[in-house]
Ligand binder design. Structure first.
Ligand SMILES: *[C@@H]1O[C@H](CO)[C@@H](O)[C@H](O)[C@H]1NC(C)=O
Ligand SMILES: *[C@@H]1O[C@H](CO)[C@@H](O)[C@H](O)[C@H]1NC(C)=O
Ligand SMILES: *[C@@H]1O[C@H](CO)[C@@H](O)[C@H](O)[C@H]1NC(C)=O
Length: 332
């Protein structure tokens, strides 16, 4: 499945005319260096467990496909059995294809709110439901050490229809940065500027990885203007191809393990800086598909949060060395 995805991306890049009739309207994704193909899949029963309403969840016999559904009685979700400090987390996701999904939120995110309710960290992908005729919007966000009074949302349209097929959504979290990827294309970077900039925040405590579907009518669609309508239910989201490649810390109270630093800081697989190609990928995604950026919301943040000055990222020519690009010549 992953190989097929890459193959089709490669074909798309080489022969734009082979893809759908819509291609001429869309800006084709730029070439990137896939990380997902370098890492092993995690089977559901090895890595995850249901959180609530298990009757709204199905798991395939091969433990590689999970559906979660929302109806009038309940949503549902699952999370990893243990917590991680740093990591690369991926799921291939197909979002609900119902004509009307306003109010419906389905997610893929890391959080430790259960362990640290007042100082929690969180890294989000959130698909926001839509009314007929509107495009799916993917929201990303990050909280650090309880900074929930500062929402750091970005919103992107996608260069494909996320209801039609599975696409990979990945979170990379290292000591240096958080990077959100869609089909291995980085769409956003959040740098760790603590110690460099006053008031900078960065997620620093072990987190679980979650996937959920729930009724977010109060804010999901046009700020809550359109609410969930359960005559269109059930809303079913499908997940597959899990990658849970993190530094496991089974005891929720243990301090940040130095071993995790060693594993994820400057590791060959996860360079501490984005390659030039990845920076161009982010610029491409932001220029063509970003519909909202908290850094540019002057009404909300007259003084933008500290990381905004460095966003969007600049191209630093001195790191323009293709050999160090993620995934090109690295082994697991
Ligand atoms: C997180 O917040 C708590 C409570 O406000 C504070 O004591 C702690 O120093 C903060 N940790 C970091 C890493 O900023
Ligand atoms: C963020 O960067 C600072 C400065 O390099 C470092 O001390 C800290 O450990 C990093 N935070 C995390 C959570 O890795
Ligand atoms: C829900 O959708 C149905 C079918 O389109 C419609 O008849 C009904 O009025 C909607 N309900 C609400 C509360 O909007």
């Amino acid at each position: 499945m992953l190989k097929l995805l890459f193959l089709s991306i490669a074909i798309l890049a080489l022969h734009p005319s082979f893809s759908s009739g819509e291609q001429c309207k869309l800006s084709a994704p730029p070439p990137t260096s896939p990380l997902t193909g370098l890492l092993p899949c995690t089977l559901y029963n090895n890595g995850f467990a249901n959180i609530w309403a298990s009757d709204h969840q199905t798991i395939s016999d091969d433990q590689n496909h999970v559906t979660i559904e929302l109806d009038a009685s309940s949503g549902t979700g699952f999370k990893t059995k243990t917590t991680y400090v740093y990591g690369f987390f991926n799921a291939a996701i197909k979002v609900p294809s119902n004509d009307y999904t306003a109010g419906v939120i389905n997610t893929f995110y890391t959080s430790n709110a259960e362990i640290y309710p007042n100082t929690h960290d969180e890294i989000d992908f959130e698909f926001l439901g839509r009314i007929p005729g509107e495009e799916c919007i993917l929201q990303t966000n990050v909280y650090a050490n309880g900074s929930t009074n500062v929402g750091r949302e970005q919103r992107h349209r996608l260069w494909f229809d996320p209801t039609k097929d599975f696409h990979d959504y990945s979170i990379l979290w290292t000591p240096e940065h958080v990077v959100w990827f869609v089909d291995d294309i980085p769409i956003r970077e959040f740098p760790n500027l603590t110690g460099q900039k006053a008031d900078a925040v960065y997620p620093g405590k072990q987190m679980y990885l979650y996937a959920t579907i729930w009724d977010g009518s109060d804010w999901a669609t046009d700020g809550g203007k359109y609410r969930a309508n359960f005559s269109y239910a059930p809303f079913v989201a499908s997940y597959s191809n899990f990658i849970v490649c993190g530094c496991a810390l089974p005891q929720p109270s243990s301090p940040l393990a130095p071993v995790c630093d060693r594993e994820f800081s400057n590791a060959k697989l996860f360079p501490s800086q984005l390659s030039t190609r990845h920076r161009r990928n982010i610029q491409w995604a932001q220029a063509n598909y970003m519909t909202y950026d908290y850094c540019q919301d002057k009404n909300r943040y007259p003084t933008p949060p500290p990381e905004c000055a460095t966003s969007p990222p600049k191209i630093h020519e001195q790191i323009d060395n293709e050999q160090h690009e993620i995934g090109v010549d690295d082994e697991l």
